[in-house]
Write a protein that binds this ligand. Sequence first.
Ligand SMILES: *[C@@H]1O[C@H](CO)[C@@H](O)[C@H](O)[C@H]1NC(C)=O
Length: 318
Amino acid sequence: MRIFNKDLRLQDITIMYFTGLAALMVILVASYQAPSNAVDVSSLKPSPSSPLPPLSMPFRMPLDPRGDLQLAWNISYSSQEVYIQLRVADLRHGVILGMSDRGELTNADLVVLWDTGTKSYFGDAWSNSEGHVSLDSQQDYELIEAKKKADGFYLLFKRPFSTCDPRDYVIEEGTVHIIYGLLDQPIASLEDLNLFRIHTGVQRVLMLRPDMPSPTLPPDVQTLDVLAPNIIIPNQETTYWCFIQKLPDDMPKNHIVMYESRITPGNEAIVHHIEVFECATDLRDVPQYSGSCDDKMKPKKLNFCRHVLAAWAMGAEV
Ligand SMILES: *[C@@H]1O[C@H](CO)[C@@H](O)[C@H](O)[C@H]1NC(C)=O
């Protein structure tokens, strides 16, 4: 975590974070009918030589713990629309992105890219209370671009915050539960797809952000990096890692004006949150520590490092 300060008084700092690994499920889908009102994307794929216009997508979020699925988006408040870009590192036979009230696979608003083995299709769909998928009669997700690039398959589409289709989710302020799914097999008909039979996951996203410019920092600002050392993440679903970083003895009093995360590129999908604690200022000789926060060998004195200085969670900008 990087802390921008105008002076600092903290004695010691602890860092915690945990990683989450999702379970995998495999899929089997088969069907016979061609979709009626889906958009054929095979004709939309431009020739590989055409240059890519730069995308202005200010918000980004990994969807899965491996970071194979990346979501990026921007917001047009004037037209009440969200532009969504989805990057799939290894697209096999399709991808599903959806929104539902609490991240359930049922009664979800979906956008689906799938192939029948010969052609690819894109469509606005929904899932019923059993997870069965159907195309919406009203198509509200507008496909802008679908193309394969060196680092994955890119899908760009937009939709209004509110579509007036009762099957669609209304995007509002606050957390949006995003669900995703990957198709390992071609499907002849979307009707044969059941979300419970494919590899899926959930991510929480703060989609609508305040339309605010980033603050300007004072000219005399200094930064302090509090970084966990290189560690091997244990093979378990959740790890809280604690690390003590001592500050210089002669550090004057400072005023923190901003903080942000500093995560090694490529690791964004596994760092769920970070907290920086100050140890009790009258605590002398804080022991060095770098290890699991739940380790029985963790020095007892670290229990005095409880005062939260900074907190960051996945999806936050600063
Ligand atoms: C959002 O991104 C799209 C696609 O790159 C772009 O055409 C549009 O102008 C952007 N809108 C805003 C409000 O940034």
